[in-house]
Design a protein. Structure first.
Length: 135
């Protein structure tokens, strides 16, 4: 279709849409975790036990909350884009391990798996022209 073939001219706008949607979503996930305080960070940080890390759960939980909250904001504006993609991908790999470790199976882990693949792909694509990191 000729009409749809013209959409490739707007790939930077498409990247802006993806960044904005993912950023809002991760702020929505991360902010309540960040505001959960030490108890919430500890509960979140215990997820690292599924990858063999059994120490400092409060620190790991806090880092996950900061990564999701501020990483979401940085995604939206397109700043430090690739490092944020790496950090969010790591966070989502741990989330996947947590879902699988709890016995939720693939259907319980699929959202984290999908997002990890999206961030892995965005790592190669970059933030696009409408970003602080534009090239």
């Amino acid at each position: 279709m000729a009409l749809l073939s013209k959409l490739s001219n707007y790939k930077n706008f498409g990247l802006l849409l993806v960044r904005t949607g993912l950023g809002i979503t991760f702020i929505h996930y991360g902010y309540p975790m960040l505001m959960g305080g030490v108890h919430g960070w500890k509960e979140t940080g215990y997820a690292t036990r599924y990858i063999g890390i059994n120490f400092l759960p409060i620190v790991w939980g806090f880092l996950a909350a900061v990564t999701e909250t501020f990483g979401g904001f940085l995604l939206i504006i397109g700043m430090a884009f690739r490092p944020v993609c790496i950090l969010l991908c790591i966070t989502l790999i741990i989330a996947t391990a947590t879902h699988l470790g709890k016995g939720e199976g693939f259907s319980g882990a699929v959202h984290a798996i999908e997002d990890a693949f999206i961030f892995a792909g965005l790592l190669f694509v970059g933030p696009g022209k409408y970003s602080v990191d534009k090239k």
